[in-house]
Ligand binder design. Structure first.
Ligand code: GAR
Length: 212
């Protein structure tokens, strides 16, 4: 991300020291990158709660290993979104934990009104492509199958669409000869692990320099 890249405004209303709520459905390597940046004092933030819709998700184990609050919320009967009651529960947990910024880190469901309305312009996501290219599932496979010569990752604010919402920052990643979809995803993830903490740091710095 260029150091002087303008960031969209919503986070100017946040406190300088972010209290984060992290939502993830998978192994949690992006959460780990953020937690490591906080532990190394490279990011002035605090993870207040980690929530998953998958009881066995690695992200919950990683959170527990770090002594953080880790909560499973049963998703209900839908595949692509939470049951409304489940999403209300997520909102309740985030509020209880005093969260001011919601960080989606491998969260694989659409975000609906209860959460969007509870945290307006305060939900960010990381996606493994250069959006608007390749939204949706397994974007690295989409990029690979399309024969793209480069792809990357994007951090963006979350709105009601799928992987839409104002883009905050992107990193480019080349597709190299000999790549498989899996080696490509591994290279994208290296970029993600740099980009997500860097974006949070920039948002924190820009909010600490704005009047609240
Ligand atoms: C990451 O590549 C993330 O960008 C992607 O899921 C992976 C989670 O990995 N998210 C999406 O595709 C959301 N549309 P992680 O659990 O190791 O952080």
């Amino acid at each position: 991300m260029p150091p002087d890249a303008p960031l969209p405004a919503p986070c100017s209303l946040l406190p300088a020291r972010f209290r984060l709520g992290v939502l993830g459905s998978g192994k949690g390597s992006n959460f780990r990158a953020i937690a490591d940046a906080i532990a190394a004092a490279a990011l002035d933030a605090e993870v207040r709660v980690v929530i998953s819709d998958v009881e066995s998700a690695g992200i919950l184990s990683l959170a527990r290993e770090r002594g953080l609050r880790a909560e499973f919320v049963a998703p209900g009967r839908f595949k692509t979104k939470l049951e409304p009651e489940a999403e209300e529960r997520v909102v309740e947990l985030l509020r209880e934990a005093g969260v001011d910024l919601v960080v989606l880190a491998g969260w694989m469901r659409m975000i609906k009104a209860p959460l969007l309305d509870a945290f307006p312009h305060r939900i960010i996501n990381i996606h493994p492509s250069l959006l608007p290219a390749f939204p949706g599932l397994e974007s690295w496979k989409q990029a690979f199958a399309a024969g793209a010569s480069e792809t990357g990752c994007t951090v963006h604010y979350v709105d009601a669409g799928m992987d839409s919402g104002p883009i905050i920052a992107q990193r480019r990643v080349p597709v190299l000869p000999g790549d498989t979809a899996e080696t490509l995803h591994a290279r994208i993830q290296v970029a993600e692990h740099e980009l997500y903490p860097a974006v949070l740091r920039e948002l924190a710095q820009s909010s600490s320099s704005s009047p609240v």
